[in-house]
Design a binder for this molecule. Structure first.
Ligand code: SAM
Length: 323
């Protein structure tokens, strides 16, 4: 992946100061200590057939790149085999030259829950923290964002993004192999910042909220989506061990607690725009993600509990402004 064109795009924006550290951090992630499978994933990317999509649609649930008529059956078979080797596909769905990628998550449902509530993304500089393979980044670009920067430290998801970006060739969207800790503390350059599905993975939720705040310019918007529990003020759950079989889950606040955390961290105009229980229609195993999924994480006798006997996954979406 050649990031130079992307770095040049940053030059004309308030994010310019980031260029002092960004290329070094990206190189470190990709060259100095990459995941052991990174060479294999790169080989898959090299073997992708050269195809040109006749059209792209970023404003549909299954993000569409090209049509089946844009390639012959042989090329489509090669493409599908290669994309399947980038298993597991968690975030989506996509439709690539007629190949439906049925991902573990119906990420389009999350987008539908939030898109009508947020400040319009047109002409904005947008950061998507923990973006996975970049599904929501494409939707943000479809909503008119000037530049969308996704960050995710897991290189398989970066490779999946690169596979799709190869055909999309969209200069306004990039997914970088970085964590939130790689972003300079005082950047204050983004017009909208998304953190979705990340807060509960952080050992220190306040620090995460403050890190997000430091990415935003004054007057701009945070969209925070995370796991919550039902409960009142000051209540939160710290699972004693695993939560829904995940090892790295730390804080699940009630909505009221999360609202107070956001206010305590200096956000204004804090509001809850959606809260719902995650269903086994939204998160499930598919032939593009054959590992266990939500149905395996729930108590078979009581779907309101996880297999550990904790409250089943429930998610909330908050909006807040950096004053
Ligand atoms: C549950 S997924 C959420 C993906 C997507 N945002 C969504 O809502 O569907 C959490 C993502 O956060 C990423 N992640 C983990 N640690 C991170 C960090 N320190 N900074 C940024 N992203 C991180 C993971 O690799 C994973 O892709």
């Amino acid at each position: 992946m050649d990031y130079n064109a992307f770095y040049q795009r940053l030059e004309a924006t308030p994010l310019t100061p980031w260029l002092q550290t960004l290329p070094r951090r990206v190189n470190r992630a990709l060259l100095e200590s990459p995941h052991g499978d990174w060479p294999r994933w790169q080989e898959i990317l090299r073997r992708l057939p050269p195809l040109k999509p006749s059209s792209v649609d970023l404003n549909v649930g299954a993000v569409r790149i090209g049509d089946s008529g844009d390639c012959d059956a042989g090329a489509r078979q090669v493409l599908e085999q290669l994309l399947r080797q980038l298993h597991p596909w968690r975030k989506g769905p996509y439709r690539v030259f007629g190949i439906p990628i049925h991902t573990e998550w119906r990420s389009d449902w999350k987008w539908e829950r939030l898109c009508r509530h947020i400040q319009p993304l047109r002409d904005r500089l947008v950061l998507d923290v923990g973006c996975g393979n970049g599904y929501h980044c494409w939707r943000m670009a479809g909503a008119g964002a000037k530049l969308v920067v996704g960050i995710d430290p897991y290189l398989l998801f970066v490779a999946q993004f690169q596979a799709l970006h190869r055909y999309m060739d969209h200069p306004n969207v990039q997914v970088l192999p970085l964590g939130i800790e790689d972003i300079p503390k005082d950047l204050e350059g983004f017009d909208t910042v998304f953190s979705m599905g990340v807060l509960y993975h952080r050992r220190s939720p306040m620090d995460h909220l403050l890190e997000l705040k430091s990415c935003l310019r004054r007057g701009s918007e945070l969209i925070l989506e995370t796991l919550v529990i039902e409960g009142g003020p000051r209540e939160s759950l710290v699972p004693p061990g695993r939560y829904a079989k995940m090892r790295n889950v730390w804080f699940l606040p009630s909505c009221s607690t999360l609202e107070s955390w956001l206010k305590r961290c200096g956000f204004a105009d804090v509001r809850l725009v959606n809260e719902c229980r995650t269903t086994t229609e939204e998160q499930r195993s598919t032939d593009w993600m054959t590992f266990e999924s939500l149905p395996d994480y729930l108590d078979p006798k009581n779907p309101h509990l996880t297999v550990e006997g904790l409250p089943a996954p429930r998610r909330a979406i908050f909006l807040a402004t950096k004053p």
